[in-house]
Ligand binder design. Structure first.
Ligand code: HEM
Length: 137
């Protein structure tokens, strides 16, 4: 669970979530007028050093003392939140856990080429990331 949460936090495959202001909203001295579209940027939250210490470090242990997250929170929104919360969340976590389990227990790998990371703000690999897999002895 900690590993899948950390992957979802740091990978940020969803760069933005959209909502519409149903009424005027006052926020930090600004007014968002009714009817305006609002874009929430999960990577800005997930990579904020005031929320996550050393945010670019892959550290599943940072979730150690956190309660299990079952919905979106203002500090974790990889799967959105509220009424439009991703219906595939639990399936995705199980698939990630199963994939990683098979990968590390059955295979080893080496990097062939690529692997440069871009965050725009979603995570991407502009040159791809090629690896070679070997069955584990
Ligand atoms: C790592 C994998 C995934 C991520 C990061 C992800 C992320 C998201 C996000 C951010 C939203 C928008 C939520 C919002 O606006 O608050 C969403 C919505 C949705 N997701 Fe996913 N998703 C993933 C996998 C899946 C899978 C596997 C399925 C289906 C089997 C799925 C089905 C949906 C559906 C149907 C919605 C729309 C829900 C609604 O509007 O009521 N997602 N997802």
């Amino acid at each position: 669970m900690k590993v899948t949460l950390e992957i979802a936090r740091i990978a940020n495959i969803v760069p933005g979530i959209f909502r519409k202001a149903l009424q005027d909203i006052e926020f930090k001295g600004y007014t968002i007028p009714a009817g305006w579209a609002v874009m929430v940027c999960p990577p800005a939250v997930h990579l904020n050093p005031e929320i996550y210490e050393d945010p670019l470090a892959f550290n599943p242990w940072r979730w150690q003392d956190k309660m299990e997250i079952t919905g979106g929170t203002k500090h974790f929104m990889a799967f959105g939140g509220g009424l439009r919360f991703c219906v595939g969340t639990d399936l995705s976590k199980v698939l990630m856990a199963t994939f990683i389990h098979c990968l590390v227990t059955k295979y080893r790998w080496k990097t062939v080429k690529g692997g440069n990371i871009m965050r725009t703000p979603g995570l991407s690999f502009p040159d791809g990331f090629h690896i070679q897999l070997f069955p584990k002895n």
